[in-house]
Design a protein around this ligand. Structure first.
Ligand code: ADP
Ligand code: ADP
Length: 219
């Protein structure tokens, strides 16, 4: 049966950073809904045109559009053994749709790392984030700067500040998270799949805790 890991936590806490490392260590695909939307926007697809205004405001893209996009992505061959889901699901409707989808793919949500930190840390992290144009590699002006200013260490592409990483938009995203995504914490806790991780620690320490807890619980 295919293994799916859902990364849960507020914007800016470090889900993407950790998901990339986990994907490398486990061999599972990294599926980031935010990256997929940004890819569609860059390529000016119909979906991208529809999603853009939501991303710009820091609001959630409607469930049906998001679910359709993820279903298509999870149907690709690199997800056959499973994936690290980063940024999906973000609503109860999406979580239910995921359960249905995974039945079709003969998979299940195995574990749900829930990474948290104080709001001041989230704002500081998100507002200093630098993102790579080509592949979405993640840096931070202060906490994880690239070797050469403005250039991605891994693929040499340009780094930019996401439009939605301005402080006002980050604050809205945190509000949206509290209202629409927090209910998923209880949903997964009830199912016994939640792993709580203190995200205020260093990147390395968070990775260690994640790997330890995933191993302990058999994955
Ligand atoms: P998310 O996907 O949850 O929004 P990211 O992984 O993109 O979060 O991280 C947000 C920002 O914080 C990035 O600039 C990243 O480099 C930085 N970051 C991530 N984890 C840590 C950490 N443990 N300590 C300091 N900075 C971090
Ligand atoms: P972060 O990593 O900082 O939480 P993401 O890159 O995951 O940000 O998401 C950026 C934006 O993409 C969100 O503010 C939202 O507009 C849209 N988005 C991403 N995932 C979803 C989702 N599962 N449902 C609806 N909208 C989403």
């Amino acid at each position: 049966m295919a293994t799916f890991i859902v990364m849960l936590g507020p914007p800016g806490v470090g889900k993407g950073t950790q998901a990339k490392t986990l994907a490398e260590k486990t061999g599972l695909a990294h599926v980031s809904s935010g990256d997929l939307f940004r890819e569609h926007i860059k390529n000016q697809t119909e979906l991208g045109k529809l999603a853009k205004s939501y991303l710009d405001r820091g609001d959630l893209v409607p469930d049906d559009v998001t679910i359709g996009m993820i279903r298509e992505r999870l149907g690709r061959v690199d997800c056959r053994v499973g994936a690290i889901l980063d940024g999906f699901p973000r609503t109860t409707v999406q979580a239910e749709a995921l359960e249905t989808m995974l039945k079709d793919f003969d998979g299940q949500v195995d574990k749900v790392p829930y990474i948290t930190a104080a709001e001041s840390i989230l704002v500081e992290r998100a507002s200093g984030r630098l993102t790579c144009r080509a592949n979405g590699h993640i840096y931070h002006q202060k906490f994880n700067p690239p070797a050469k200013e403005g250039i991605c260490d891994e693929d040499g592409s340009q780094l930019y500040q996401r439009e939605d990483d301005k402080v006002e938009t980050v604050t809205n995203r945190i509000r949206v998270y509290i209202e629409q995504t927090m209910p998923l914490v209880d949903h997964y806790r009830r199912g016994g799949r939640l792993i709580e991780i203190d995200g205020s620690q260093s990147v390395e320490r968070v990775t260690e805790e994640l790997l330890e807890s995933l191993e302990q619980t058999g994955k």
